[in-house]
Design a protein around this ligand. Structure first.
Ligand code: SF4
Length: 334
């Protein structure tokens, strides 16, 4: 066990990438980077991280910003609930802690939208507390190294891996161990074809040079079902105005803006504008649990039965936070 910790920590000292959030103990910056990196690659997330700390260098500035500005800055990064939670949690820290990030794991994990992984990351990186992070990288290394085939997407499996990681994390420099194990998963013990030949753990790893085990681990029990949806958008312009709606309700792209939409269960032109609109763009947009078949139509009409249209100044369209599907359409239309 000690060898694992020692080897992985030494490996990290030699191989760690230089990343801007690694040179700070500022819990706000660390939290920001963790939220951005949750579903985003490092190279894509880097610019967003830099933009956020430039625009909102202090947590209270983010808290005091209006939601549309935060969503606009987040535009293109996807999974917008992260941005909304980020903003609301910043307000919670402002209101309940005077803008200073709480310094204990128990207080951090009580904040809105912060789960065990993020709480452990902030506690260890900012405050040197020995709480082990368990993300996809950590599941992969621990399952392969220790040969654990317990599924990682069950309560029981999560508990087993968390307890194992907690038993490994040293009390001296827990941040280094957390950084090391995640970095090791990101660049050494990769999901496909890890290079066991060059691996410092290859003498003790239970899966070393075993392609079958490597492919099998970590085990996942259930595959997520993909939902098919059909979105029919209307591009309507009236002199200098354009029809635009804000999405409401608990659904994808909550609170972002888009053209008036009719969702149906098939790809046929909706009856509301069957005779008055022309299809000008179609695409399949893939989200993690949904495949959206999107159709964009243009029409000369400025009133459509069954649709309550809102028009905004066409020149100000760029100021509204919109989702990636809308961006794709606007790029194709320009
Ligand atoms: S020996 Fe291979 S499978 Fe084991 S930790 Fe190293 S890269 Fe991963």
């Amino acid at each position: 066990m000690a060898d694992f910790v020692l080897l992985i920590s030494d490996w990290y000292r030699l191989n760690a990438r230089e990343l801007p959030w690694r040179n700070t103990k500022n819990p706000y910056f660390i939290w920001l980077s963790e939220v951005i990196l949750q579903q985003t690659r490092v190279d894509q997330g880097m610019n967003y991280y830099l933009k956020f700390i430039e625009n909102y260098p202090i947590l209270n500035q983010l808290a005091n910003a209006d939601e549309a500005s935060v969503l606009k800055l987040w535009q293109g990064l996807g999974y917008y609930s992260r941005a909304r939670n980020l903003h609301q949690t910043a307000r919670q820290v402002r209101d309940e802690f005077g803008g200073e990030f709480p310094q204990t794991y128990a207080e951090i994990i009580r904040l809105k939208g912060i789960g065990p992984y993020t709480a452990a990351a902030i506690s260890s990186f900012a405050f040197d507390l020995p709480h082990a992070v368990v993300d996809g990288n950590v599941y992969r290394i621990l399952s392969r190294y220790y040969g654990i085939d317990e599924p990682i997407d069950t309560g029981k499996g999560k508990k087993i891996f968390q307890e194992l990681a907690d038993s490994l994390i040293p009390t001296s420099d827990p941040a280094l161990f957390n950084q090391a194990i995640m970095e090791f998963g990101a660049i050494q013990c990769t999901p496909n074809n890890p290079d066991c030949e060059s691996c410092v753990l290859n003498q003790s790893c239970g899966s070393a040079f075993n392609p079958e085990l490597i492919k099998k681990l970590p085990v996942k029990k259930g595959k997520t079902k993909v939902r098919k949806r059909y979105f029919h958008y209307l591009h309507i312009e009236k002199e200098l105005e354009i029809a635009l709606d804000q999405r409401t309700g608990k659904d994808v792209w909550e609170k972002l803006y888009e053209f008036p939409l009719i969702e149906s269960d098939n790809d046929s032109v909706p009856s509301e504008f069957k005779d008055s609109a022309t299809l000008c763009y179609q695409t399949k947009h893939i989200l993690s649990h949904q495949h959206i078949y999107a159709y964009f139509y243009k029409t000369e009409k400025s009133e459509i039965e069954g649709l309550d249209l809102t028009f905004v100044d066409k020149n100000q369209l760029a100021d509204y936070p919109i989702h990636r599907l809308m961006e794709k359409y606007l790029e194709s239309d320009s």
